[in-house]
Design a protein around this ligand. Structure first.
Ligand code: CU1
Length: 528
């Protein structure tokens, strides 16, 4: 049955059980409804976090300029980070999971449908806490998204609001992950063994375990800040026998796996899209599963590469350096497999494929700059510089956001029943590609030249690259409105999409009548 957003496909019986209007969305337990709400919420947060990025880039447009006062500037960097990580990227991929995992494994819905509803509806209160913290006396947390003490122990009540928001977001993502694990382990159709699942399901299974393992660690870290603030403890206060560096260890024990909580579902999306537009099965399926698991396990033992400058022993620095470099091996396996999937494939370049290839190039670049930063001696120079900002935006934006777009364009026909406007989609991709690099590539040079991050002003020598970066950022921000137009047009109408919108090229994915349909790929399907 054609899936309209929020798929009303079960509205036929017990019509009286199904409230309409806003109550329908408040009470829904349908995985498609909830998936759509996650995706819309995520896009709204992407706009809010994006506006904050625009304020940051406006302030940094020229040296000496003052668009907002320095406190506001620091609050913008904090909220931009928290909102993009917890409000935009994570909910986007949970939205994909809700929509696609039941369809891919042949389950009727998620395992805990009511909890699924609750997982979503915890998000808006957290978003309200975060954004309205700007309005309270003292303003929002001005610490950066890492919320390091001792600064965060001293700030005003905006910090408490951020702590409670992080608690709520953590509960939401843990519940979502429990749902995903239970659904995948218990509700697969007969014949759908784990090693036959579409790779997107595998990546989410692994990610869900990461979420369940590390979100409580973050909750513990911010709770200790809360009790240091209000209840007289000194977990992070040296004067009371505590240690501020302890916070950094706890935070990054969460923080590094968090990078993979964001990146691994992105790998999953790309692993669905590239085979479909290469008209070949994914190269090295089993090695993809093992590589992804290895990345997840390694992500737990590298956290202090964020802390080379706190004064750790050389032995510790060496350990964290080499452990970090190990991650390049399974990541290399994955990149090799994606390229090998395309090798001698019957390629076509619709928007989802363009975003996937963009992901492949730029995420790899972010991986390389990560390798540079993993070297202790180099990191001591580049720590807290714009090089780091450039590095993780290649991972977060070109990695996670680009693959989220790849997934959105790929599945929009499935979700809405209509084909999207391919011309506009391609325009969106090319504008994003150019402006993204204009914004962030130059930040490598700024960092190498010594420009620090999270400072609202800078020396004259950094002027040119900052201006280029700011113009790029405004362009990138505006280009995202093209996506909104594409989605709204697609919802309103357009060419009807068939059950297999990519002319069967996505055949490997639609495994609901299990076992998976057989393909020889001797006669590649043609995409118009
Ligand atoms: Cu890390």
């Amino acid at each position: 049955m054609a899936a309209i957003p929020g798929g009303a496909d079960h509205a036929h019986d017990h019509a009286h059980d199904h409230p309409s209007g806003i109550m329908r969305w408040v009470t829904t337990t349908n995985h498609k409804d909830i998936g759509s709400m996650y995706l819309w919420f995520s896009f709204a947060m992407f706009i809010v976090g994006g506006i904050m990025a625009m304020v940051i880039r406006a302030e940094l447009f020229e040296p000496g300029l003052q668009v907002v006062d320095p406190d506001r500037f620091n609050q913008m960097t904090t909220l931009h980070g928290l909102i993009m990580v917890f409000g935009a990227i994570m909910p986007a991929f949970v939205g994909f999971a809700n929509w696609m995992i039941p369809l891919m494994i042949g389950a009727s819905d998620m395992a805990f449908a009511r909890m699924n509803n609750w997982s979503f509806w915890l998000l808006p209160p957290a978003a309200i806490l975060l954004t309205t913290s700007l309005l309270v006396p003292g303003g929002a947390a001005a610490s950066g998204w890492t919320l390091y003490p001792p600064l965060t122990v001293q700030m005003g009540m905006g910090m408490d609001m951020a702590i409670f928001a992080v608690h709520i977001l953590g509960i939401s993502s843990i519940m979502g992950s429990i749902n995903i694990v239970t659904t995948i382990l218990n509700m697969r159709a007969p014949g759908m063994t784990l090693m036959k699942m579409p790779l997107f399901c595998w990546t989410w299974l692994i990610t869900a375990y990461l979420v369940i393992a590390v979100m409580p660690v973050l909750a513990g870290a911010v709770t200790m800040i809360l009790t240091d603030r209000h209840f007289g403890t000194s977990f992070f206060n040296a004067a009371g026998g505590g240690d501020p560096v302890l916070y950094q260890h706890i935070f990054w024990f969460f923080g590094h796996p968090e990078v993979y909580i964001i990146a691994i579902p992105a790998f999953g999306v790309v692993s669905q899209v590239i085979p479909a537009f290469s008209r070949k099965p994914l190269f090295g399926y089993a090695s993809m599963v093992y590589a992804t698991s290895s990345i997840a396990i390694l992500s737990f033992i590298v956290w202090a590469h964020h802390m080379y400058t706190v004064g750790m022993p050389v032995a510790g620095q060496l350990y964290f350096m080499f452990a970090t470099m190990l991650i390049a091996i399974p990541t290399g396996v994955k990149v090799f497999n994606w390229v090998a999937t395309m090798w001698r494939g019957s390629l076509s370049f619709e928007t989802p494929m363009l975003f996937s290839i963009g992901f492949l190039f730029l995420f790899t670049l972010g991986g390389f700059s990560g390798l540079v930063l993993s070297m202790t001696a180099v990191d001591v120079q580049l720590h807290d510089s714009y090089y780091v900002v450039a590095h993780f935006h290649y991972v977060m934006v070109a990695g996670a956001l680009f693959s989220a777009y790849a997934g959105a364009y790929y599945w929009l026909p499935k979700w809405t029943g209509h084909m999207y406007d391919e011309k506009l989609g391609k325009l969106h991709f090319w504008l994003s590609l150019v402006f993204f690099n204009m914004t962030f590539f130059v930040q490598h040079f700024l960092g190498l030249a010594g420009m620090p991050r999270r400072i609202p002003d800078y020396a004259l020598q950094f002027a040119e690259f900052n201006m280029i970066s700011s113009i790029g950022a405004f362009g990138f921000g505006l280009s995202q409105l093209v996506f909104l137009v594409v989605v709204l047009k697609c919802l309103k109408g357009g060419e009807k999409a068939s059950a297999k919108p990519w002319d069967g090229a996505e055949g490997l994915e639609w495994t609901v009548p299990s076992p998976a349909p057989h393909h020889t790929f001797e006669t590649p399907p043609i995409i118009k």
